[in-house]
Design a binder for this molecule. Structure first.
Ligand SMILES: [Zn+2]
Length: 199
């Protein structure tokens, strides 16, 4: 059974043929598709798609590139959405020091608050990490992230970082970056145990 654990089906690039895309995926053997919000608005859209299609499930959360102006109402909205029966994770959340659309302190605070939420609601985390390995490890190891569980999606970093993430009982997923000619991810992928790999 295959599950696509990371999609953004609400993107307007799917406006023309969203239903067909979902249908084709199911016909080709996907048991389920998880579609993931990046702020309150897209989290609502993800839940609406999960309500409409039996095979679609949603994750709700505030992405590190969308957290500069986040407020208490936003967190409350995410918490309410997260209790919908088809919401199966909090995400995507994390740190992004590449785009740097919000101060590090704001990103870390937003991330920590959603880790706490995931733990309280007994939902796993879908985690985004870009150029922030050191703080990522610090936040994950000092929070309830291991208890909540979850995945570092589109994993990047060296073997040492991979092992430290696996030691926290988290899962990883790799994306297109491992196909780049310059990629040095072959060893990394080999070192990720199959039972900890998500699609
Ligand atoms: Zn994503």
């Amino acid at each position: 059974m295959l599950i696509d654990t990371h999609s953004h089906l609400y993107f307007d690039s799917f406006d023309e043929d969203r239903e067909l895309v979902i249908q084709r995926a199911i016909e080709n053997g996907l048991a389920a598709i998880i579609t993931i919000g990046t702020d309150v608005e897209t989290s609502k859209q993800a839940v609406a798609l999960a309500e409409k299609y039996a095979s679609v499930f949603a994750a709700v959360g505030i992405h590190p590139t969308d957290c500069a102006d986040v407020n208490d109402d936003d967190f409350e909205a995410i918490r309410t959405l997260a209790q919908h029966e088809k919401v199966i994770a909090i995400g995507e959340v994390g740190l992004d020091y590449y785009h740097m659309r919000a101060e590090k302190e704001v990103q870390i605070a937003t991330f920590n608050r959603q880790i706490k939420m995931a733990h309280e609601l007994k939902l796993p985390l879908i985690i985004h990490n870009r150029d922030s390995h050191e703080d990522m490890y610090k936040v994950l190891s000092e929070s309830e992230a291991s208890d909540a569980g979850g995945v570092l999606h589109s994993f990047s970093g060296n073997t040492e970082f991979l092992n430290s993430i696996l030691e926290l009982d988290l899962h990883v997923s790799f994306t297109g970056n491992i196909t780049f000619k310059k990629s040095d991810a072959d060893e990394l992928v080999k070192n990720a145990p199959l039972e900890r790999l998500l699609l």
